[in-house]
Write a protein of this length. Structure first.
Length: 214
């Protein structure tokens, strides 16, 4: 019986999305339509919730370009994850949760940039003749390398070389064993230093960063 009711609601949602109703869909109707991949469901979700998403993002971010890009990211995450929503009536709350996670991710990136900028400044002060404007350029180049190498590599590099955590602290933070942490950190370090070593502007910083290598 419950399965029949769910199917009926899903069919009603499909009709609604296809233009079978004049009123905007409820959260439940739209969630069911998204789950069923009904034609027009994603567009309907965008039209209904885009002002909400953009408003939340604007309160924490200043760049219009960032807001545009992150709005698209939020909806892509929603369309991928909507099948995990247990209660379809909570679609709006589910979406807001995604927005909050995206904002937190952006704030962590900003914190990373500040920490990395400070660390590069420390490194620059140890060089006998640092190139002009080296700090900003080095930060940007290293960020691009970390982005290409993936999330885990970025995280491990930041924890070890930017925040300068001990191996035991990284183990505790990530919930990994000593051997797993050491192996993954070693691999991440090799990837970053190998890629950075091929960059003439980053090469002068390597020896100082490598002082923290386990």
């Amino acid at each position: 019986m419950a399965s029949t009711r769910s199917t009926q609601r899903s069919h009603a949602s499909l009709r609604l999305i296809d233009g079978g109703a004049s009123h905007p869909p409820t959260d439940e109707e739209l969630a069911l339509a998204l789950r069923s991949r009904a034609p027009g469901a994603e567009k309907q979700a965008w039209n209904l919730y885009c002002p909400l998403v953009r408003g939340l993002l604007r309160r924490r971010l200043t760049s219009a370009a960032d807001v545009d890009d992150l709005t698209q990211e939020v909806f892509m995450r929603l369309f991928v994850a909507v099948h995990r929503l247990k209660d379809p009536t909570l679609l709006r709350s589910f979406l807001v949760g995604i927005v909050i996670r995206v904002i937190r991710g952006e704030l962590r990136k900003e914190q990373f940039r500040r920490l990395l900028s400070f660390r590069v400044w420390e490194v620059t002060s140890e060089l006998s003749s640092p190139p002009a404007n080296a700090g900003l350029s080095a930060v940007q180049r290293l960020e691009r390398i970390l982005d290409r190498l993936g999330t885990e590599t970025r995280l491990l590099f930041v924890l070890r070389y930017v925040e300068q955590l001990e191996l035991s602290e990284i183990e505790s933070a990530l919930g990994w064993s000593h051997s797993t942490t050491k192996r993954r950190l070693k691999r991440a370090s090799e990837l970053v230093f190998e890629a950075s070593g091929r960059d003439s502007e980053l090469a002068p910083y390597l020896s100082v960063f490598e002082k923290g290598e386990p």
